[in-house]
Design a protein around this ligand. Sequence first.
Ligand SMILES: Nc1nc2c(ncn2[C@@H]2O[C@H](COP(=O)(O)OP(=O)(O)OP(=O)(O)O)[C@@H](O)[C@H]2O)c(=O)[nH]1
Ligand SMILES: [Mg+2]
Length: 174
Amino acid sequence: MKPLKLLICGPVGAGKTTFVSTLSEIPVVETDELASEAIGKEYTTVALDFGRLTLDEQVLHLFGTPGQDRYHFMWDVLAEGALGLVMLVAGDRPADFGNARRILEYVTSRHPIPFVLGVTRQDLEAVWRPAEIALFFGVPAHQVVGLDATSPTAAVRVLAQLLTFIRDSEELVP
Ligand SMILES: Nc1nc2c(ncn2[C@@H]2O[C@H](COP(=O)(O)OP(=O)(O)OP(=O)(O)O)[C@@H](O)[C@H]2O)c(=O)[nH]1
Ligand SMILES: [Mg+2]
């Protein structure tokens, strides 16, 4: 089986680098640098995160994107050849939801690939839940999954959901 390329998108601080690091069975290629402007955290991804894992004998290549708009040219570069998308949004940052929706529309309009929407920070108390996010984004509820991006079990569940979508959509192709 050929490795399957998956793209991880989302706003700054959604948990993309964390998600790739939690899942990868090899040391992650990270490009986090000191943020040059106030973005609410010290380090930010400037090019990509790359990780790899094997799930059900399928090798997955995970490409995390930078969240900052200034690096948005990387979204298209990294999306090339991707067969699925994990769109992450932090459940405790409603101020970022509009931007997350914009990123999702940008990526899926240019690269119409199956996606799941992962709502991170479900380990915290005051967070939006997947069902609420599904309504806000206008995405079917079964396509939205809550997770703690630091939890391997939760992160694998998101990927398993995405793989199911990818397989279902391949079956639809005549
Ligand atoms: N409690 C909790 N913390 C999380 C979760 N996901 C990410 N974090 C934390 O949130 C912070 C930001 O996460 P990153 O993975 O750097 O976010 P990012 O999406 O890669 O951000 P950029 O690269 O700047 O776009 C880190 O301190 C993580 O440990 C989660 O599900 N729960
Ligand atoms: Mg990052």
